[in-house]
Design a protein around this ligand. Structure first.
Ligand code: AHR
Length: 540
């Protein structure tokens, strides 16, 4: 993706358009915007999220009967309002690792008859008071779409097909009639399904090898398609590059099931940890590792496509991504057989928000192949939103995610970008045990820029990460064939302290600031503060 330029100058993405290939001064990054150079239309599901039966995500997060903030169905109204406002388009459910030991039948029917079970993924008590029907009800209240995960650990292909039947068949069959008998007359029409979760991981209940998983996925996919031919099925890809089986897992799985699935999953969690040598300069470049991962999995998909002489091109579902490295071991991941324990309650600081902004950029610039993604997760568990008894809190990472949802619409443009940068020659080993280290990135540009153009060509939006932790940087935007007429919005998230975070006591320590509007023109200069992620919306 990135190529080394001359002394401190880095060239990214598309080849230079001749008339702009002029000498570069330090601290100025030049981009050329040409509306004809389009990467793709952004998929409506590009910035989804994730809710797992884990910690306080469901119980005490979105569902808390008895709370003064709950509605008649037990849903937290403050959470509903926030999720509606941010406009999350799709939510993955019910796991994650949880799903690989989950019997969906335990979570439907009269609540008084539902069993209390031990969730072996997180060693927690699961009451099953919230299940498939409650989740569908919640998605309707917040105006989002469900993405169901299927149990490929203890569950069979038949169980998976039965859940599709329960959700999507109108009437007249065993499982559709069961749904109707529980008071849900109309089918749910669930379109997207994850065919298992992280089955390559030794930590996963029912972990298996790639060929066995691929064969089981193919069998289940065929059965599910008989039940509902319109479903979109996402095969379970590698849990990440730290896995020794990364790539070979994906190749082997797709050799078995390529023709009967529509997409493949990618997962990745980032941290300012051993992988970045605890160096914030490396940390804020880590979205380049996401770029690389996406491009490697595209190569795998297209290799199998070529082997099979297939017409079909798979899409990528990056259905778990976020920063997660502090609340990742010991009591933070062990519920000790309690109900709704405080698990994975990561507190996010400013530098995490910058990284999440960069990750949003990476997803957008791969909008041609990444059609679904899920920020993992949504509430209380590695989440942009936290709840306590009285309130809801926006963590720092909420803001770049909210901007991606608000402004990341229309088409993503392919930018020519040239500017100063710094070297990231190597990375360390990730925190996951036995993790393999990744290569470095070579020269990294200070400014990471993505531009989108709305369908009516009346708005262009720029998402800019300034990785320079010490200095302001200037972005020079050269419009090839569009004329900006004004600034609709220019907001940034920045601050002096990379470790600053929001708490219930101090909820506004890291919040967006409005920046003075730049002078607009077909060649315009925009100042980006040190340590910042910004969105600039221009009317055309
Ligand atoms: O999102 C937290 C966990 O991370 C999920 O349960 C699992 O799929 C991943 O390892």
């Amino acid at each position: 993706m990135k190529q080394a330029g001359q002394a401190g100058l880095v060239v990214a993405a598309a080849p230079a358009l001749g008339r702009f290939a002029v000498a570069q001064t330090e601290q100025v990054t030049r981009v050329v915007v040409d509306s004809g150079r389009q990467i793709a239309q952004i998929s409506p599901q590009l910035f989804g999220s994730f809710l797992e039966h884990l910690g306080r995500a469901i119980y005490g997060g979105i569902y808390e009967p008895g709370s003064k903030l709950a509605d008649a169905d037990g849903f937290r109204t403050d959470v509903i309002a926030e999720v509606r406002e941010v406009g999350v388009p799709i939510v993955r459910y019910p796991g994650g690792n949880f799903v690989s030991g989950y019997h969906w039948l335990d979570g439907v029917g009269p609540k008084k008859d539902r069993p209390v079970v031990l969730d072996r993924a997180w060693n927690s008590i699961e009451t099953n008071q919230f299940g498939t029907d409650e989740f569908i009800e919640w998605t309707r209240k917040v105006g989002t779409e469900p993405l169901f995960g299927l149990n490929f650990g203890t569950g069979t292909a038949e169980d998976a097909a039965a859940l599709v039947e329960y959700c999507n068949v109108a009437r007249g069959t065993k499982w559709s009639n069961l749904r109707r008998s529980y008071g849900h007359e109309e089918p749910y029409g669930v379109k997207f399904w994850c065919v298992g979760n992280e089955m390559d991981g030794t930590w996963q209940i029912g972990h298996m090898d790639a060929r066995d998983y691929g064969m089981k996925a193919a069998d289940a996919a065929r059965q599910m398609r008989v039940v509902d031919p319109t479903v979109k099925l996402i095969a379970c890809g590698s849990s990440g590059p730290f896995q020794p089986t990364y790539i070979t897992w994906d190749l082997t799985v797709l050799e078995q099931c390529y023709e009967v699935v529509d997409g493949i999953s990618l997962h990745r969690y980032f941290g300012n940890d051993s992988e970045t040598d605890h160096d914030s300069r490396k940390y804020v470049a880590m979205n380049l590792a996401m770029d690389r991962q996406i491009e490697e999995i595209i190569d795998v998909c297209d290799t199998v496509r070529a082997q099979k002489r297939s017409d079909k091109q798979l899409f990528l579902s990056f259905d778990e991504w976020n920063v997660w490295y502090r609340a990742r071991s010991g009591d933070a991941v062990d519920g000790h057989r309690t109900f709704a324990p405080h698990l994975l309650e990561e507190q996010y600081n400013l530098e995490d928000a910058l990284v999440v902004g960069g990750l949003c950029n990476s997803l957008m610039r791969h909008a041609d192949r990444v059609k679904v993604s899920c920020l993992a997760q949504l509430v209380n568990v590695i989440a942009p939103l936290m709840t306590n008894e009285d309130r809801i809190l926006r963590q720092t990472i909420y803001y770049p995610y909210a901007w991606a949802l608000k402004y990341g619409k229309g088409k993503v443009l392919s930018l020519f970008s040239e500017g100063p940068g710094y070297e990231v020659a190597s990375l360390g080993r990730p925190t996951e045990s036995g993790g393999l280290s990744s290569p470095g990135f070579g020269q990294v540009q200070y400014l990471d820029v993505v531009a989108t153009l709305d369908a009516d060509r009346k708005t262009a939006n720029f998402f800019v990460l300034n990785r320079d932790l010490d200095n302001e940087q200037v972005l020079e935007i050269n419009f090839h064939d569009l004329t900006p007429t004004g600034v609709k919005a220019f907001e940034t998230i920045t601050g002096n302290d990379l470790k600053a975070l929001n708490t219930f006591a101090e909820p506004k320590k890291v919040v967006p600031q409005t920046v003075e509007s730049p002078k607009v023109g077909s060649r315009m200069s925009v100042k980006l503060p040190a340590r910042s992620y910004s969105v600039l919306s221009l009317s055309l």
